[in-house]
Design a protein. Structure first.
Length: 145
């Protein structure tokens, strides 16, 4: 079976740091795969927050993650700080992709620890149906690319 391969865009429009917590570790004493997904989620929340968005109110629509792909590269340990860079990608009438690059400092260089892509679908919780991506959301996510 072939391995998943994520092809990142050249330009990232946001970056933040997230410290590894003791609760992120698994029985192998490194960050577990479930915690990587939580770190990605936290990064996405901070990414949206820069635009005064939340996943419930993202320019007039809500967001639901429809899929996620994570390519693990290196381990993370307690005391490491994750540098997570995020950018938007493919966009349709109702959905878009977000790409994530997770790195850590190792000596004087950055080491990629994981790459990820999430598919985000615009949603109306009141109507319980998929919604059209708002012009406000499109402008914020794609104007800097």
């Amino acid at each position: 079976m072939g391995r998943l391969k994520i092809h990142l865009p050249d330009k990232f429009i946001f970056s933040t740091t997230i410290p590894v917590r003791i609760s992120d570790l698994n029985y192998g004493a490194h960050v577990g795969n479930d915690s990587i997904l939580s770190i990605i989620h936290e990064g996405r929340m901070q990414f949206l927050r820069q635009f005064n968005f939340t996943e419930i109110d993202c320019g007039g629509v809500s967001l639901i993650m429809s899929d996620v792909c994570i390519e693990f590269k290196h381990e993370l340990f307690y005391g490491d700080t994750v540098i997570i860079s995020i950018t938007s990608g493919y966009v349709s009438k109702v959905a878009f992709d977000l790409f994530y690059k997770l790195e850590k400092n190792s000596g004087d260089k950055k080491v990629v620890v994981a790459l990820a892509k999430s598919g985000m679908v615009c949603y109306n919780y009141e109507l319980k149906k998929v919604a059209v991506i708002s012009d406000t959301l499109k402008e914020k996510l794609f104007s800097n690319l």
